[in-house]
Design a protein around this ligand. Structure first.
Ligand SMILES: C[S@@+](CC[C@H](N)C(=O)[O-])C[C@H]1O[C@@H](n2cnc3c(N)ncnc32)[C@H](O)[C@@H]1O
Length: 652
């Protein structure tokens, strides 16, 4: 089941970097845990029920064999780099060649798996760590990268192993016989920059490198284009060190983009939100966040259905291949043949009650436009691809008018602020992000065609990094910002609701702030209340309220809440219908957030147990049960793992 999120792809838009939107992987049950080398004998044996789509061609088999190169070759390791099977060996000759297993785990003897285990032991999630590594160092600028890009002699190479440094990149180029002028790569990034002496060198490098596989990835080569304001270096920027004359950055409309083609079937996948090479010239925020917006809504639904079908078919194929010999294929895999390879019947995509301006939460990045103007909007691509340019949310149909107005107000404020904009390349600066969260009045879906009139509360969360800035000056600046927001919200016609302004101090370098990043609420100057805008007292906990299935939900600044409240209502109702609930049902709401699913279904079951790792979301869930007089729900703050789940099952 999937509710349609109009115009967006099924994957989250590029701007959605909120940690609260991130779903941590749940521990796999034992039968899904990584296979050991001993399992591979079974894998080699011919399956009784062969995959109908597998090809007799050996090379193709290697390409699609789910365990190909997913374990390190112990012979290769023991004999210090030699293995009689050479290239045909099914095991990986070294960490670089190693691929993840079908269940997304890594060979437990690999350095990567050990590193992840260390991170887990240390309480991190691995993702944070990788993000941090990715951004610890800025792309180096200076002599090497500079001049060549203008002449088109600089290229960026995407999909390089994260752990590579410039030395690894240079060695790799040498080993492949590529002549180049300079090569740079920061550890933790997947992008490297290579400059060449001549067009011939560029051409032969392209021939050799484009599409070449390293581990499980294929290299992509893109142009490096200087941002226009870097070239001119004449635009006044608040912090001169942010935009060094020599800085070479990848233009947001450059040729770099993630693969938009499903490598298995050559058809676009859910992830294909990035336009292709030629389209990406002149890519807009609208293209990036709502790549389906050019289609009529009915076509968008069809497109989503098709891409979901591909994903589900792939799931069946992978499950079939992953099932070891001797273990019977699950019934749903066997039955999938009768329904065109699908694991279950796909009912279709449910329409959203609201097609435009449906998002109740927008996270706007703060950065520079392609012309070097301080901008509040959406990144024009992925930082991993080297894109840092931001564009205003012009024509983005999913963004509400209110959110757009606040982005514009903030952008105007930043153009006069003496505090610097966050620089994603050197991880320095002050202003980082603006999140606009809206709360609605209770009302029926049919009455909400004009979303503006139903919004009664707005919370603004401004993310800054206070490192290195004077506390007093920071406070003055933030007070000034609050005054600006409130007076300009009041001056709008009709005046914009403003319920809370929260400042989040995020000192780290990854995009998503950790749950413990300090938050403080700013008082909203009094005059706003006279114009009908609610102004909380300083120190009062900032929160907004929304409604799903006639229940009120109180939401704290960082807690997750479905971004399309009305579509969520439809989705939850259907989940309840399908679940066959009754008074004897014990309903586990795993990763419950603010408790929305469990609470909306509580009246149809005996008891609800919600589990959620974000502490403030758990207290929101408890508060929400109270507000709505629901007594049969318990919420537990914990990271979900199989062990905990089993314990709870026995305990309750
Ligand atoms: C996409 S939200 C869904 C929340 C809720 N079910 C809803 O529909 O509104 C996912 C939630 O899962 C939580 N979460 C992610 N990984 C978790 C884990 N391993 N254990 C517990 N909670 C987790 C996040 O904090 C977030 O609140």
């Amino acid at each position: 089941m999937s509710a349609a999120t109009p115009t967006e792809t099924l994957s989250p838009p590029v701007n959605q970097q909120d940690s609260s939107n991130h779903v941590e992987p749940i521990e796999a049950p034992p039968e899904l845990t990584p296979k050991t080398d001993s399992d591979t004998t079974a894998e080699k044996r011919k399956r009784e029920d062969p995959d109908p789509e597998s090809s007799p061609n050996k090379d193709r088999e290697r390409e699609i064999h789910p365990f190909w190169k997913t374990s390190l070759c112990s012979y290769f390791r023991r004999s210090k780099g030699s293995c009689s099977h050479g290239d045909t060996c099914r095991y990986a000759h070294g960490e670089l060649e190693l691929r993840p297993r079908p269940d997304n785990t890594w060979d437990p003897t690999s350095e990567r798996a050990k590193k992840m285990a260390r991170i887990d032991e240390g309480g991190g999630t691995g993702k944070e760590d990788r993000n941090d590594c990715m951004m610890t160092e800025a792309f180096a600028d200076g002599e090497e990268g500079g001049g060549s890009s203008e002449a088109g002699l600089a290229k960026c190479v995407v999909n390089l192993p994260m752990k590579w440094t410039s030395d690894n990149l240079r060695n790799f180029l040498d080993e492949n016989g590529i002549s180049f002028k300079s090569a740079k790569k920061k550890k933790g990034m997947v992008v490297g920059f290579v400059s060449f002496e001549s067009a011939e060198q560029v051409n032969s490098a392209l021939k050799e490198l484009d599409g070449k596989s390293i581990g499980s990835k294929n290299l992509k080569i893109g142009d490096v284009i200087q941002r226009s304001f870097d070239k001119k270096n004449k635009v006044a920027v608040p912090n001169a060190q942010e935009h060094d004359q020599n800085t070479v950055s990848v233009n947001g409309t450059s040729d770099i983009h993630e693969s938009s083609i499903d490598t298995e079937n050559g058809e676009p996948t859910d992830e294909c939100s990035a336009p292709n090479n030629s389209d990406s010239k002149g890519r807009t925020a609208r293209d990036v966040v709502t790549p389906l917006a050019h289609m009529p809504y009915a076509d968008q639904l069809e497109h989503k259905k098709k891409s979901l079908t591909q994903t589900l078919k792939r799931l069946t194929r992978n499950a079939r291949k992953a099932c070891p010999n001797g273990v019977p294929l699950p019934e749903w895999v066997l039955k999938s043949r009768e329904i065109g390879g699908l694991p279950c019947k796909l009912e279709g995509i449910i329409e959203s009650p609201l097609v435009n301006e449906y998002r109740n939460k927008c996270e706007f990045s703060v950065g520079y436009s392609l012309q070097g103007k301080p901008t509040v909007g959406f990144l024009l691509g992925n930082f991993r691809e080297g894109v840092t340019a931001v564009q205003e949310p012009v024509d983005c149909p999913n963004v509400s008018r209110i959110a757009s107005r606040y982005a514009a107000i903030f952008q105007e404020f930043l153009s006069h602020s003496s505090f610097p904009i966050w620089n994603r390349l050197n991880n320095m600066g002050f202003w980082r992000q603006l999140t606009v969260r809206e709360g609605r009045k209770p009302g029926k879906s049919a009455e909400v065609e004009n979303s503006d009139t139903t919004v009664s509360e707005v919370m603004l969360m401004v993310q800054v990094c206070t490192t290195g800035f004077d506390d007093e000056k920071v406070n003055d600046e933030l007070q000034k910002m609050a005054r600006d927001f409130s007076s300009r919200a009041t001056a709008e016609s009709p005046c914009l609701p403003l319920t809370a302004i929260v400042v989040q101090d995020h000192k780290g370098i990854s995009n998503a702030a950790p749950a413990e990043a300090p938050l403080h609420s700013l008082p909203i100057p009094r005059e706003c209340s006279d114009s009908g805008v609610v102004a909380p007292y300083d120190g009062v906990e900032a929160r907004i309220h929304d409604y799903i299935s006639n229940l009120q939900f109180s939401i704290s600044p960082t807690a997750f809440f479905q971004v399309n409240s009305l579509a969520a209502e439809k989705l939850y109702a259907l989940a309840g219908e399908w679940a066959g609930l009754g008074p004897d049902t014990l309903l586990f709401d795993i990763c419950c957030g603010t408790g929305t699913i469990g609470l909306t279904l509580a009246h149809r079951v005996g008891m609800v147990v919600g589990i959620e790792m974000n502490a403030s979301a758990v207290s929101d869930a408890e508060r929400n049960a109270d507000i709505n007089g629901i007594k049969n729900c318990r919420f537990i703050c914990a990271k979900v793992s199989l062990a905990q789940f089993l314990y709870l099952y026995v305990f309750f």
